[in-house]
Design a protein around this ligand. Structure first.
Ligand code: PGA
Length: 303
């Protein structure tokens, strides 16, 4: 084992985590032959095979599973060491790993851009997935901070609201309800409805509001992104409930109507969150402070 390099362990960890040589090669920007060669050297050194192929699927052997556990420990210790030393240096350098829900992509990159201008030494990675995936990443302690539209229910998670996130009812501009005031929610439940995919925070919040009034949505279609929903609304396929942030950047003017529905906009907030047991790095703490301040400059577009 003593001849194995950290790089080989890094390659092994990526394959074990992603379950594929190809995806590991992509993530590490290596060619597949390089990845295979590193793993061959590593398993020669261990003296046992680390993976086994059954049918099309690849599994860790017992030795592989043991090595994966060991690797995770090593990398966690190294990250901890880097964090402590960068704190010692008092420098705002290092890595910031963020995972945000799909809808946060309408403002998170802009906030990050401003942050990076202030701290050019910080290297940022941003993962965008729906709420369910972000919660999985949080449970697996894969990032420094997480941005979601609703705090996770677990008690051992710290969550802090930093920005408003109103949800509005969206219809095509020429919809019959476009000029109406105080439309009852019941009336919206009669319209064909476009709903986000399961696991989406927007979907959970929307379904809750209708269910609270004993109403059932007339779902016409489920769509996996806010953009697809906006296009379907423009196309006249139905109405939907989306965060008003989704209208901020590129909504073609005049193609949507935000309906005046009783109980809307739903007042929600964006939260940043992290596991309570996690010791935030100086970079993550600085970004959290920055979020608290930046939110004052970035109010949500009017619903
Ligand atoms: P979503 O989350 O992008 O997964 O719908 C947004 C939210 O929770 O507000």
């Amino acid at each position: 084992m003593r001849h194995s390099t950290l790089r080989q362990l890094e390659v092994f960890e990526a394959i074990a985590r992603l379950g594929s040589f190809t995806r590991a090669a992509e993530e590490l920007f290596l060619t597949q032959p390089t990845v295979s060669m590193q793993i061959k050297k590593l398993s020669d050194d261990v003296g046992l095979p680390l993976f086994e192929q059954i049918g099309k699927k690849m599994y860790l052997t017992d030795a592989g599973r043991e090595l994966y556990r060991t690797c995770k420990g090593i990398f966690e210790h190294l990250a901890q060491f880097e964090m402590v030393t960068s704190d010692m240096k008092g420098l705002k350098t290092g890595k910031l790993r963020l995972a945000v829900v799909t809808t946060a992509k309408y403002f998170a990159p802009r906030l990050l851009g401003m942050f990076c201008q202030q701290y050019p030494g910080v290297e940022v990675s941003l993962k965008v997935s729906n709420r369910e995936r972000v919660l999985e990443r949080l449970a697996g302690n894969q990032d420094d901070l997480y941005i979601l539209g609703q705090p996770p229910e677990e008690a051992d998670v710290v969550a802090e609201a930093f920005l408003e996130n109103p949800l509005v009812v969206l219809a095509p501009a020429r919809h019959v309800l476009a000029q109406k005031k105080k439309i009852p929610l019941k009336r919206i439940a009669e319209e064909p409805f476009l709903l986000r995919e399961p696991g989406s925070g927007t979907r959970i919040a929307t379904e809750r509001v209708f269910a609270e009034q004993g109403l059932k949505l007339k779902v016409r279609m489920e769509l996996g992104s806010n953009e697809a929903i906006k296009q379907a609304v423009i196309g006249g396929l139905g109405v939907s409930v989306l965060s008003s942030h989704t209208l901020a950047l590129d909504a073609p003017a005049g193609q949507f109507a935000v309906l005046n529905v009783q109980g809307f906009p739903i007042q929600r907030h964006w939260y940043f969150a992290y596991p309570a047991s996690k010791q935030l790095s100086i970079v993550a703490r600085t970004f959290a402070d920055y979020l608290r301040q930046a939110s004052r400059l970035m109010s949500a577009p009017a619903g």
